[in-house]
Ligand binder design. Structure first.
Ligand code: NAP
Length: 219
């Protein structure tokens, strides 16, 4: 009888603890610009602060993340200024653990996001980009950067797609305005790479009749 009581108490404590977010998480942190990725360190850091005050942010438990060329360029100092220490990484797939009252996604939703760690830290639209970064156990994202993960993609697949898919989408829809309205043939350089793979599929989706591509001599 007493044993049963302790089992129930234990399960209750596990349940209560399970609902609570930890105070700290592990993250891959850059302490300054470097060309040597070995300089990045896995550290225990506080969870990103949010969301009680910033009404347009969600906190995501990261299940998978990936690396894009821009991450490398950022840490080498070739792009926008960073605020250090900085958690890098833009792509992720994960589960929402905190949301805001007006956000479309809810706690428990499986989502994917380009959290925009590369966005210029002086850009007022996003404010303190020091907080944004996907190479961590938890990541903060602005609501406009988060949507529900397609059900036919697992977390690993979804975690590599956001930035390359957005890049392809911008190339077709924003910059070129679908040129095959006049020519049905599309040339995509580097079709075996991340942006190229997304670009070929988007070209087909938007109705290109023929898609030409290139790759290095390794193919
Ligand atoms: N990833 C993004 O979201 C993103 C966003 C904006 C801009 N970009 C830029 O877009 C470019 C590609 O990025 P990515 O992420 O797609 O890179 P990636 O996955 O590494 O793909 C690179 C592609 O370029 C090909 N390639 C490499 N060397 C070549 C050569 N000498 N001749 C012909 N093809 C060659 C590769 O072919 P093999 O497979 O044969 O090596 C591969 O198809 C980069 O300049 C990047 O900065 C990327």
């Amino acid at each position: 009888m007493r044993c049963g009581f302790y089992v129930i108490l234990f399960l209750l404590l596990v349940h209560l603890h399970g609902d609570r977010l930890p105070d700290y998480m592990e993250a891959l942190v850059a302490n300054g610009y470097t060309t040597n990725l070995d300089d990045l360190q896995i550290k225990n850091v506080s969870l990103p602060t949010n969301s009680k005050t910033a009404t347009n942010q969600v906190l995501i438990k990261v299940v998978s993340t990936s690396i894009n060329p821009v991450d490398r360029k950022l840490i080498e100092g070739f792009t926008t200024p960073l605020v250090f220490p900085k958690i890098l990484g833009s792509d992720l797939a994960g589960i929402v653990v905190e949301t805001c009252d007006t956000c479309r996604v809810q706690v428990g939703d499986e989502v994917w996001s380009d959290v925009g760690a590369y966005i210029n830290s002086s850009e007022t639209r996003t404010g303190n980009t020091k907080e944004l970064g996907a190479w961590a156990q938890y990541a903060l994202a602005y609501e406009c950067q988060v949507t529900k993960k397609p059900a036919n993609l697992n977390f690993t697949e979804a975690g590599v797609l956001p930035l390359v898919a957005l890049t392809g989408y911008k190339a077709f829809v924003w910059f070129t305005q679908a040129p095959w309205h006049t020519s049905p043939n599309v040339l995509i350089l580097g079709g075996s790479g991340g942006t190229g793979t997304a670009g070929i599929q988007l070209a087909k989706y938007f109705g290109a009749k023929k898609v030409y591509t290139t790759a290095s001599l390794s193919h």
